[in-house]
Design a protein around this ligand. Sequence first.
Ligand code: ADP
Ligand code: MG
Length: 576
Amino acid sequence: MLRIRPLSPERVAQMAAGEVIDSLEAALRELIENALDAQASRIQVDLWPSRWQVRVADNGQGIPGSELEQVARRYTTSKLDGRSLGFRGEALHSLARLGSLTIQTRHAADAHGWLATYDQRGELTSKQPAATALGTVVTVADLFANWPLRRCPLPQTRSLLTLIQNAALAHPEVSWQVCQEGQLLLSLWPGPSLLDLLLQMLPQVEPSDLRYRRIQEGDSDWEVVLGLPDRLHRPRPDWIRVAVNGRFVQMPAWQRLIQSVFQHTLPRHRHPVVVVHLRLPPEQVDWNRHPAKSELYLQEPQKREEQLRQYLQDLLRAGSVQASRRSLHLLRASEAKSLYRVSPSLQSPAFSAAGSSLPPLKALAQLHQTYILAEHPQGLWLVEQHLAHERVRYEEIQQHWQLVKLETPVMLQGLSSQAVEQLEQLGLEPEPFGPAAYLVRRLPLALCSEDPAEVQGSLLELSHCADLEAAQVTLACRGALRNGTPLTLEQMQQLLDAWQRTASPHTCPHGRPVYLALAETDLARYFRRRWGICDRPLSDPKLGSLRLGDRFAAQVRRLAGLPIQDPTDEVNSAPL
Ligand code: ADP
Ligand code: MG
């Protein structure tokens, strides 16, 4: 008796279709990738989730009329060079199987366009000449009509939008228009970089809240954007996004790496905003890890992780007040003759904050025995002394964690067994001394300079810390300069210098912002030294959501009773 038999071809086809297209999102993803592969510079997406319908129109190369017969057959593709998003020739076939597929297209070599329809096997059922612009419109209607189980869960607008956002971030040269049930949902215009697109998607975010760098090193080409931890963070890790060669992917190792770089720069339970796009020669990427190509294998993964870590750390380090490229451009255009010069470091589009060349900060005065007022080449900074010192101490303690032997032990009383365990974990080795007391003969180096009267309290606090990291944060805070402490100019300068050398100067280890920067450009704007520049973006509808200067500039304008540009153009208010 024959037990093992080959599956019927229908069954095999069902399985394959199921793998690629399991949702309306997946259908949309495939259609968008085809439009991008066709070199479109404009893509219009129309969604009708209630009808399980999606239409993607592009101005790309189009499909020659003579090829319309093959396109929806299984495993037929025109993409063989490894540089395109598609290569399996499955998507249109699956979409024909699972819904009703219509293609309207015109290729440059054809005198007119065509309208083609397909049956469930992917075979052409009709083909008529049609007046069509160059490009392709693919419509899939009634998706899963015969597969009711796949119709739940219902498509979520949010996940459809995330998909389109990601495609746009990875292809900033394309302009997008997205409608849902006939209503305009999102429109994005093209820009030179991922950063420009990100700013359009997050109208609440100021350009100065972000740091961006494009790095070409060897055969790799990186775009990295991060939100400064003192200004931007999220309750969920939904804005940690990673793309490789034009497609956003799941890379848990990178997610963890990014989270670890931001550790102790953000408030508790908050997550950073980081978007990374790595472009590599196609032979270094193997996409055959997941049917939806949402996972991959990279050549030399460790090397890439090290690069990423390095770039993120560089961007996190102190720099100067960042001004938006657009506002700088406008400044230059309208102020060419003015005495005021934009400094060269700010003019470079890929603003970068190299650790070695920090801008000098000069201590000027102390305010309320709490803030250090400092002059910066591009403006004025207020630095909170306790938080800055806490950051300095935290990084010192972390880098030079050391236990020192004491001549006279410290006695601790009333420790719970859990507290004893915590101290043991930290390597402090508390020894029982009588029925209710313990002796500690070793101290973290950071505690040695503390007033002996306070050491006991510090040790008790450490005994409540969950792990070494938490203990280090606690020690940094306990030993840091208190607010209300008067400082000499020299002490302030020393603190500023040490703080600027830290790896993550923007926030204290609990995630609170350390400084407030007031840019010269904002001061100049406030005192109306170059008034002309503000009118232009307001009157130009194309620059409607342009954000001039930073949050402070907006405040200044509000205080001065001037119109504030409204960046929250409804069209662009995609969920952050
Ligand atoms: P793949 O993208 O893997 O090649 P698909 O089934 O998605 O497989 O598409 C099959 C073929 O149809 C593509 O190789 C391409 O030649 C053509 N095609 C599909 N969509 C478009 C489009 N929007 N513009 C131009 N050609 C397209
Ligand atoms: Mg495809």
